[in-house]
Design a protein around this ligand. Sequence first.
Ligand code: SAM
Length: 493
Amino acid sequence: MAPKSHLRLLGELILKSIDAIESRLETESIEFPVLANPVDPSSKAESLLREADIVNATSYIVAAASQLIATSSGKSLSTLRSKSHFAADKFHLPACIRAAVESNMVEIIREAGHQGIHANDIAKRNNTDPIKTARILRLLSNHHIFTEVDPDVFCINRLSSVLDSGKSAVELQEAPHHRYVNMSSISALVLMQTDEAFKGAAYLTEAFIGPGTAYSLKATDSPWNIATQTDAFLFDWYDWPENASRKTRFSFAMACSTKLEPPEAILSGSLLHVLFNMVNYFAAQGFKWGNLPDDSLIVDLGGGVGSTALMIAKAVPHVKLVVQDRSSVIEDAKTYWASTPEFLESGRVKLQVHNFFEPQPLKAVAVFLLRWIMHDWADPSALQILQQLRAAATPATKLITVDIILPHTCQDTRVIDLIPGATVPAAPAPLLPNMGAASNMKYWLDFQMFVLGNCQERTLGHFVRLAAQGGWKVAEVHHVPGSFLGQCVSVPI
Ligand SMILES: C[S@@+](CC[C@H](N)C(=O)[O-])C[C@H]1O[C@@H](n2cnc3c(N)ncnc32)[C@H](O)[C@@H]1O
């Protein structure tokens, strides 16, 4: 029998994944959510969709469907050309997303309800041009963000609903920064990406090949620096008075980044079952915070407003936490913790201004936590942070770095097979071993770091070498199901 074509193999993977999802949903008599309806985060369907097996199955659909589109576009040279052109044109999508969110269209359309609202009426409410408004919303609707239910009449749907601040459009018109404060959507993160990062990305080539920047590892030689014609480091630029609202947006963008992962990602600790013909593979899901001795001190460096620390504080009552960050962020942190004052009042959680390039003032620390910190810095600066922590560590101190562990797009077992928990089984052929499009976010965020700060996400091999230079040995790795972040647990050498 002739071997199956890649088209067929990919199609079969998609159907197999759909079967797996539907049979799980059937056990609860629940239907897969339709695109036309906004997300209801409290629904049973949404909690089922976060289960590890369903996350795996949907990842297979994304990876296989994307590869199927790429494979099937090869039928003629003209379609190949138009597909490549399509990829080059995609930058209009983030531009339109930002325009829709900043002009409060999401809230205006949500307030109109199921019947939708005409572009002319949207434009009257947010003081924009009605024809441009319709064009922005139509492009987004064609990418399944909003639904055009009637000519020029738009409704919110599943994808646009996660951009909704939950506030009224009138409130946002009067106080735009209310969009970010303890909001339930991911709009702070989306706006940071479609504003600062998007502008930087437009100058990636200039930074990549420019004579002054091509080999530079300085944070201030980033594409974003070229785009904004500033010599300031992004975090210092945020502290300029005229950038106060962007600084607040950044702080809340970091806080809402936890919403891109399963809520329990930092806390998880049971077993992972991987689907299909891959070996039944079990891995510890995450660092076991609960196993720390009583009164252990966890220091979350560059902890932002403290969203991760809050999760740990709630789940692990016998540990103490200190959130360290720059002074302006610690000010935002005070607002963030105001709704749960018991933690600060009891002294179990402290907020502290500290620059992680300077000697660490706290001693006898059980865990130094660096979540999304290493990726902010090119190797020379990341090394300085690791060395400061090594100098303050006791033999029992653990360093937990939570970052994207960037996979190669081919299989690579050379480094990772040596570290407990590091190996992830390769996806079945013809999928790329790293799950292709289902891993896109990891590479996008790598470039987010490139364009904003001339820094990067790292492969495991890269981080293992860097950690060793800083006096740390990566002792175990945790891949958390449904999360694009991995946890490396290192011990002093
Ligand atoms: C990418 S954010 C990560 C925030 C948080 N760890 C999280 O996971 O949401 C980086 C954080 O590092 C902080 N930061 C930058 N430079 C710093 C420094 N020199 N010392 C301490 N914190 C710093 C920033 O203010 C920001 O809150």
